[in-house]
Design a protein around this ligand. Structure first.
Ligand code: PLP
Length: 392
């Protein structure tokens, strides 16, 4: 059976992923790209060359035009999201204009926790509701946006294309409708996109900004990137030496940036969506057959779920105990519920989807490698059922 690093089974790819083999090999070769890419000597130019290569390949992979989009690197999606939303909030504030932000109640905390600062700058934040299948009422969202526009508000929408907890996918096609019917500026949180649905590289060019984190798909930690429409620059939060067109000053992390290119190449070469789909479905069926009415897979009936995530509610269980049991059996999974000072709290995402408090304390998440095969899945499901059988 294929074991993950450190002799453990690692099923927490939505939290972070192990380093891609290509990145490990590059590190073994020992060219750490230490030169400052802004320096004019050969060592600096070498770092710059690797960054340029990565930029070119990102435009190519995601089929976006460098005439239309700016691409810049940052420390990861939390920073990219803060730069984009707070940077726009500042820009509009300085122009004495007000923004109505539309976020969903199941967005990542990197989005949700912007609220206080956005409001400090005089803007409004609205949350659209999500049902138990992880979906929202499109017509209601459009209507609410149009109502704000009638009040002369500028509307910004965050659209999380794949939810990190439930794995529910919101197709990017809907953005085309939003863009034709309204003047909304749309940011897509694309952190969970790579290697998790079939056409993960097919972006919608009508979107105004996309943000990614490299470590979710095998790059080094602490590096991510955003595509931003050239027409709509924000007011930079991180100012300094004007690197990266002033969008994010500071010396670029050439090694981290290049690791993004390598990790993506590895996904492109090895990703097999139909294999992953059958693998995940195999595990799901095994779990459901074993737990029967005790199990509830979140958003099981959603029209579009990703290929690597099983968010499982085990009725009348305590998520922290379940995940501890897995931990003791060398399997890393995620507790769906936040834990602070040893006290398990309800899962915010599940509560917003209409699940009960009890259910929201009983959820654990399995998120698998993009390269999982059916054969892996047959082995993994045995391991998983072994642990489930030990639960009280
Ligand atoms: N958005 C989503 C959907 C995420 O899953 C995450 C991380 O889990 C983030 C944003 C924040 O990414 P990072 O922690 O890499 O900054």
């Amino acid at each position: 059976m294929e074991k993950s690093i450190n002799s453990r089974f690692y099923f927490d790819y939505n939290a972070t992923s192990p380093l891609a083999k290509k990145v490990q090999d590059f590190l073994h070769d020992g060219d750490f790209l230490f030169g400052n890419p802004a320096s004019l000597h050969l060592t600096g130019k070498n770092s710059k060359k690797f960054i340029t290569e990565t930029r070119n390949s990102l435009f190519k992979i995601f089929n976006l035009s460098a005439d239309e989009f700016e691409l810049y690197f940052h420390s990861g999606a939390t920073e990219g999201i803060n730069n984009y939303f707070k940077g726009n909030a500042l820009k509009y504030f300085s122009q004495k204009k007000s923004i109505s932000f539309f976020f969903s109640s199941v967005d990542h905390q990197a989005i949700i926790n912007l609220e206080e600062d956005l409001k400090l700058l005089g803007h409004n934040v609205f949350y659209f509701e999500i049902n138990s299948d992880g979906e929202f009422d499109k017509n209601l969202l459009l209507k609410n946006i149009l109502d704000e526009e009638k009040k002369n508000k500028n509307v910004f929408l965050n659209y999380t294309v794949i939810n990190n907890e439930s794995g529910v996918v919101w197709p990017l096609d809907f953005i085309s409708e939003i863009k034709t019917k309204t003047s909304t500026i749309v940011h897509v949180d694309a952190v969970q996109l790579v290697g998790k649905i079939e056409n993960w590289d097919k972006l919608n060019p009508l979107v105004d900004a996309y943000t990614f984190s490299g470590h979710k798909f095998g790059s080094l930690k602490g590096v991510g990137f955003s595509f931003i429409k050239k027409m709509s620059p924000y007011k930079a939060l991180i100012t300094g030496g004007n690197q990266q067109f002033g969008l994010r000053s500071g010396t670029e992390n050439a090694l981290g940036i290049y690791s993004i290119k390598l990790a993506l190449e590895e996904i492109i070469e090895n990703f097999n969506a139909s294999e992953l789909k059958s693998a995940k479905e195999f595990i799901e069926v095994e779990i459901l057959n074993f737990l029967k009415e005790k199990a509830n897979i979140v958003a099981y009936n959603s029209s579009f779920r990703n290929l690597n995530t099983i968010f499982l509610i085990i009725k009348n269980s305590k998520a922290e105990l379940v995940s501890m049991k897995f931990d003791m059996n060398q399997i890393d999974i995620s507790t769906g519920s936040a834990c602070s000072s040893g006290i398990i709290k309800e899962n915010r995402v599940l509560l917003s989807m209409g699940y009960t408090k009890e259910e929201s304390k009983s959820a654990v998440r399995f998120s698998f490698s993009p390269f999982m095969t059916l054969k892996d899945a047959q082995n993994y499901s045995k391991k998983i059922i072994d642990v489930l059988a030990k639960l009280p």
